[in-house]
Design a protein around this ligand. Structure first.
Ligand code: CA
Length: 222
């Protein structure tokens, strides 16, 4: 499992990381909330252990941003504060569980297994852009209420664009592992199908792509 541990106490971070590596987890340690947030935007982590009191960006804000981006990996908060409000607040923001310092590593391990058994994080509501709806749980796409069949890569490209909600997504982010021309192929396959329902994929020259609603399209209510 690919795990991000965000903890600014070096002794604690080292102890946890060593323990998890002993369980064959691949552990990345970060001690700054802002840098953790940046890492999380790029990398596909399966699990996040997150201290609340962090330099750069607090743990609450890190978890809020994780969920706002629609990322669903389990998050366990590590906190020195035992206040009930803190725990509720953290769980409200989308954390799956919390551990109060000091804790035994065996307890950490048990909590992680429990969260994974529950199937990770709570299910995510569908993403939408106008008439285009992506049901992430069922991996079903709908356009104007009709099913939209997508290949795996088409889904990935479209999901990234829908998540960006009209902001431009860089080519490199959409490219994946495919070769240079592949992205254009997927875009050109998606384009006519979406256009029929008034969703346009705009090319932002030299940078990437973004979604836009066709202004004159009659089904404007959303
Ligand atoms: Ca701390």
């Amino acid at each position: 499992m690919k795990l991000l541990l965000v903890e600014d106490d070096p002794t604690l971070a080292e102890g946890i990381a060593e323990f998890l590596r002993g369980q064959d987890d691949e552990v990345t340690v970060e001690n700054d909330g802002m840098r953790a947030d940046r890492l999380l935007q790029e990398d596909g982590f399966d699990f996040v252990l997150l201290d609340l009191g962090l330099p750069g960006l607090g743990g609450y804000e890190v978890v809020r941003r994780i969920r706002k981006r629609g990322q669903r990996m389990p998050v366990i908060l590590i906190t020195a504060r035992d206040a009930l409000d803190d725990r509720i607040y953290g769980l409200d923001l989308g954390a799956d569980d919390y551990l109060v310092k000091p804790f035994e590593l065996a307890e950490l391990s048990a909590r992680m297994r429990a969260v994974l058994r529950r199937g990770g994080s709570m299910s995510e509501p569908a993403l939408s852009f106008g008439p285009l709806v992506l049901d992430l749980d069922g991996r079903l796409a709908e356009l104007g209420g009709a099913p939209l069949a997508l290949s795996g890569r088409e889904w990935e490209v479209l999901e990234a664009l829908v998540r960006a909600d009209g902001r431009t997504v860089a080519r490199e982010r959409l490219q994946g592992e495919g070769s240079g021309n592949a992205l254009e192929v997927y875009i050109s396959r998606l384009r006519p199908r979406l256009e029929a329902a008034g969703v346009l994929i705009r090319t932002v020259r030299g940078f990437g792509y973004r979604l836009e609603r066709a202004k004159e399209h009659p089904s404007g209510a959303d």
